[in-house]
Ligand binder design. Structure first.
Ligand code: AMP
Length: 547
């Protein structure tokens, strides 16, 4: 017997219709590429998303055709999120920090028909447009009078001229909720990038889950600042969850420096912000240098790479901001776990609570996870056993776009497919996940594993260290030994021996790095993560002192 409830597909258009009807006057504030602050509302975003849909109809774009963006977080990007996906096309957000050859490769692989870009990416588009064979129209996200003359880009129009004159009367179509809605390529540190192809259903389920109290806990009372880019896994789904609850949205545009972000937080009374540790490092640096405090910021979700305990401590203790440590990946839309306490933890001492907050957190309903040994056998959830982390759920990929890379899933005894995350982790008895490392970054010393994340976290807890990256280097006896590359804070001093001594008592003796290498900068990838492959190349002639 089937249930007798209405069968209504979960579609992205329903989010913008809801936000328009119930939260039409909630604000969307953006710092623009032009430098000014622009203000609009959910009502206007909905109206302009319909204009985009009409413009796409006029271009005779088909269902599932790909429309690409090279854009910062801003209202025009938000309008495209809804206009493109809502009308049945697929929004392909391209990471502008990728190498131009990779961008051209991605645009061709996705068969993008239209590419919309912020004017700050004009030189990039000038460099790649001739190689993007499927793109038939280039749209600069600007007013008609700002369109650059003699750009050399054929079929270039301004966004406002392209969509501004269209009717805003448009009936969002209804279709299968499993239809593709948007796509995002992984950064592809090895081989060509592969694309996660999200569906309307996966996006809506993820949006519901992300807004829950034990996840990001966002509501109609929040002013939400996603500093995490809309070109990387849909800004962790915030543009969708914000519509679902009717939150005010604040977009930083291209200005990610500590001063700009701080000013935006204060001016727009931001209560919740989301970002990766490297960007938050700049924000904390600005606060510390200028003896500032937050007057409205209550919570921040930090993820994308391990959040160092020193950062959690600074936000919590110095600035009264709750840190929600999150873990996820492009293939997971991206949220997998988020760290919030349970009822039984409330009586614990602040130190005990902080120890829990350091972990990457508990699975969100919808995400199943397990850790396995080298034979695929499940390991106990005791907070000690570590193994390869596998996940499954309705917002986890089952295969990559165009079947690239074959079938990624690992079947279990019941034949259910699990996605191997490439991360190594422990899970404790309360279900709190702790990421030890990327499996390819774990240091294997004398048959034992050393977590590079632990070594980095201790280094950045030293007051003179701004950033740290730990890698394993060859050792004739132990196979590998850890060394730590560090960047000093401006004007700060610390010697190699002082830093090595700082590790005493903070980790097992055999895990203490054998050496410290002082560097000017640590190479970061397109999504702000430490590029260990490049660091290893840079240090390829390095030899351990005693070898
Ligand atoms: P991406 O798909 O580019 O977002 O990268 C996903 C990967 O980033 C994960 O598989 C992890 O290795 C890493 N990652 C994300 N969040 C965290 C976190 N909170 N702690 C440690 N690693 C993380």
């Amino acid at each position: 017997m089937l249930g007798l409830m209405q069968d209504q597909p979960l579609l992205i258009s329903s989010l913008i219709e809801f936000a328009e009807r119930h939260h039409g006057d909630a604000e969307i504030v953006s710092r623009r590429v032009e430098g000014d602050i622009h203000r609009t509302t959910w009502r206007q975003v909905a109206s302009r998303a319909r204009q985009i849909a009409n413009a796409l109809e006029e271009e005779q774009l088909l269902f599932s055709d790909r429309i690409a963006t090279l854009a910062w977080n801003g209202y025009r990007h938000l309008e495209l999120y809804y206009g493109v996906s809502g009308s049945g096309r697929v929004l392909h957000t391209i990471n502008p920090r990728l190498h131009p050859d990779q961008i051209a490769w991605i645009a061709n692989h996705a068969e993008d028909q239209i590419l919309c870009f912020d004017l700050s990416f004009l030189p990039l588009v000038q460099a790649v447009h001739a190689k993007c064979s499927t793109v038939r129209k280039w749209i600069a996200l600007c007013d008609a009078d700002k369109l650059p003359a003699d750009s050399g880009i054929p079929n270039l129009v301004s966004y406002e001229a392209w969509m501004g004159q269209r009717s805003d009367v448009y009936a969002w179509p209804s279709f299968d909720e499993n239809s593709a809605s948007s796509m995002c390529y992984t950064s592809g540190t090895t081989g060509n990038p592969k694309a996660a192809l999200y569906s309307h259903r996966s996006t809506l389920l993820h949006a519901y889950a992300a807004a829950l109290p034990d996840v990001m806990c966002i509501s109609a009372r929040d002013s939400v600042l996603p500093v995490v880019p809309m070109f990387h896994v849909n800004a962790w789904g915030i543009p969708y969850s914000a519509a679902l609850v009717g939150a005010k949205l604040v977009f930083p545009g291209p200005a990610m420096d500590g001063k700009s972000i701080y000013e935006l937080i204060e001016a727009e009374k931001v209560s919740f912000a989301a970002g990766v540790p490297t960007v938050w490092q700049m924000l904390l640096g600005h606060l510390q240098a200028n003896k500032l405090k937050f007057s409205t910021l209550k919570r921040t979700v930090i993820g994308g790479s391990a959040c160092p305990p020193a950062m959690i401590h600074a936000f919590q203790e110095l600035y009264g901001v709750d840190v929600l440590h999150a873990w996820g990946m492009t293939e997971m839309s991206p949220l997998g776990t988020l760290c919030t306490l349970k009822n039984k933890h409330l009586e614990m001492s602040p130190e005990e609570q902080t120890a829990i907050r350091m972990k990457q957190g508990r699975a969100i309903f919808g995400v199943d996870m397990k850790i396995v040994d080298g034979n695929g056998e499940s390991l106990p959830w005791d907070g000690k056993a570590y193994g390869d982390l596998l996940v499954k759920g309705p917002w986890v990929v089952k295969e990559y776009f165009k079947g690239e890379g074959g079938d990624p899933l690992v079947p279990d005894a019941e034949g259910r497919g699990w996605f191997p995350t490439g991360d190594v982790a422990t899970i404790d008895a309360d279900g709190f996940l702790q990421i030890t490392d990327r499996s390819k970054d774990v240091i294997k010393s004398g048959g034992e594993w050393i977590s590079s994340i632990d070594i980095e976290n201790i280094a950045v807890a030293h007051p003179a260290i701004a950033m740290a990256a730990c890698i394993g280097v060859f050792h004739p006896k132990w196979d590998e030994r850890p060394i730590v590359a560090v960047v000093k804070k401006p004007g700060a001093e610390v010697s190699r021996d002082e830093l090595i001594a700082f590790y005493q008592g903070k980790t097992a003796k055999w895990q203490i790095p054998d050496d410290v290498v002082f560097v000017e900068a640590i190479p970061l990838g397109a999504t702000g993560k430490i590029l260990k492959t490049r660091l290893r190349e840079q240090l390829r002639d390095y030899k351990l002192p005693e070898v």
